[in-house]
Design a protein around this ligand. Structure first.
Ligand SMILES: Nc1ccn([C@@H]2O[C@H](COP(=O)(O)OP(=O)(O)OP(=O)(O)O)[C@@H](O)[C@H]2O)c(=O)n1
Ligand SMILES: C[C@](O)(CO)[C@H](O)COP(=O)(O)O
Length: 252
C-alpha cells in the first residue's frame, strides 16, 4: 500500500488534545503549556508535518478550547505544510475523544479504508523516523499496530491489604516480565475498523485506555513495533522536567 497511488489507502494523523492534564497541573492543559519555549503540542505536530507519508492532520480539541489563540498560532507556523483540521470533538474520556473525531473524519469525507495514526499530544518525543518505521511495518502486515517497548524492569504486584490507611506499600508477588511490552503511540489502524471497535468498547463500558485494546476486543492482534524510550508520555512533573532537558539538549 503506497499513498503515491491515489486509489490506495492514505495515512492521516489524529492528535487527541482534550485531556485536562490533572496529574501534571498548571493553568492550562499540559499539551498547551510552554515546554522548552513552545506549546507541547507543537512537537508532535511538527514530527507528523515532516513525515512524507502523512496526508492530513486532525486535532481533537475540547469545546472550551476550540477558539483559543494558541491553536491559530500553531496553524500559522511555516512548518504546517499539510492540511490541518482542529475539531471540537473532545469527549469525557480519551477513547470518546478519539471515537468522536474518527466519526467527524468520516463525515468530512476521509475514506473509511484509509489508515489513521492516533498519537498522544503528550508524547513530544516522537520523530519522523519512528513514524516511518511504524507505517512501513504495519502496511506490510495484515493488521494494524502500535509502537511499544519491551518491559526492562522486574515487576512487582503490590499487596492490596498493605495499601490501607497510610501503611507502607508491600510486595504481594513478582510478575514475570516475559512477553510484556509498554504501549506507546502512534497506534495505526484502518479508520472505520477503529471507529467501530471503539464504539463497541464504549457501548460495552470496556476499560480501553488505548486504541489497540479496542481492536483486541474486536478480535484482532495488533502488531508490536519497536518504539523508543524517548517517546515517553509526559504525565507527571518529573516527566516534564526530563522532556524539557532532552528537548533543550537536542537544540544545542
Ligand atoms: N478526555 C480526554 C482525555 C485525554 N485526552 C488526550 O489523550 C492523551 C493522553 O492522555 P493523558 O496523558 O493521560 O492526558 P490527560 O488525560 O490530560 O492527563 P490526566 O489524567 O493527568 O488529567 C493526551 O493527549 C490527552 O489530551 C483526550 O483527548 N480526551
Ligand atoms: C494511549 C497510551 O498513551 C498508551 O500508553 C495510554 O494508554 C494513555 O493512558 P492515559 O490513562 O490516558 O494516561
Amino acid at each position: 500500500m503506497s499513498s503515491t497511488n491515489s486509489k490506495l489507502p492514505k495515512c492521516h494523523v489524529l492528535l487527541p488534545t482534550a485531556g485536562a492534564g490533572l496529574r501534571l497541573g498548571g493553568e492550562l492543559p499540559k499539551q498547551f503549556q510552554q515546554l522548552a519555549g513552545r506549546p507541547m503540542l507543537a512537537y508532535a505536530l511538527e514530527a507528523f508535518m515532516q513525515s512524507p507519508r502523512i496526508n492530513s492532520v486532525w486535532v481533537a480539541v475540547s469545546h472550551s478550547f476550540i477558539d483559543n489563540l494558541i491553536l491559530s498560532k500553531l496553524a500559522a507556523s511555516p512548518n504546517c505544510n499539510k492540511p490541518l483540521h482542529f475539531l471540537p470533538t473532545g469527549g469525557p474520556t480519551r477513547q470518546e475523544t478519539v471515537k468522536n473525531t474518527l466519526a467527524a473524519m468520516l463525515t468530512a469525507g476521509v475514506s473509511e479504508n484509509d489508515w489513521v495514526l492516533v498519537h498522544d499530544a503528550a508524547r513530544p518525543g516522537i520523530t519522523p523516523k519512528l513514524i516511518g518505521q511504524l507505517i512501513e511495518a504495519v502496511e506490510s502486515s495484515d493488521s494494524g499496530g502500535l509502537l511499544a517497548i519491551p518491559v526492562a524492569d522486574t515487576l512487582k504486584h503490590s499487596d492490596f491489604n498493605s495499601a490501607i490507611a497510610g501503611n507502607p506499600t508491600r510486595v504481594d508477588k513478582t510478575i514475570s516480565r516475559d512477553h510484556l511490552w509498554q504501549a506507546q503511540t502512534p497506534q495505526m489502524f484502518c479508520l472505520k475498523q477503529l471507529h467501530d471497535a471503539l464504539e463497541l468498547a464504549i457501548l460495552g463500558d470496556a476499560d480501553v485506555t488505548d486504541e489497540a485494546s479496542a481492536m483486541e476486543l474486536a478480535g484482532t492482534k495488533p502488531l508490536l513495533v519497536q518504539g523508543s524510550i524517548r517517546n515517553f508520555k509526559v504525565t507527571h512533573p518529573a516527566d516534564w522536567e526530563l522532556m524539557q532537558s532532552l528537548l533543550m539538549a537536542a537544540r544545542n
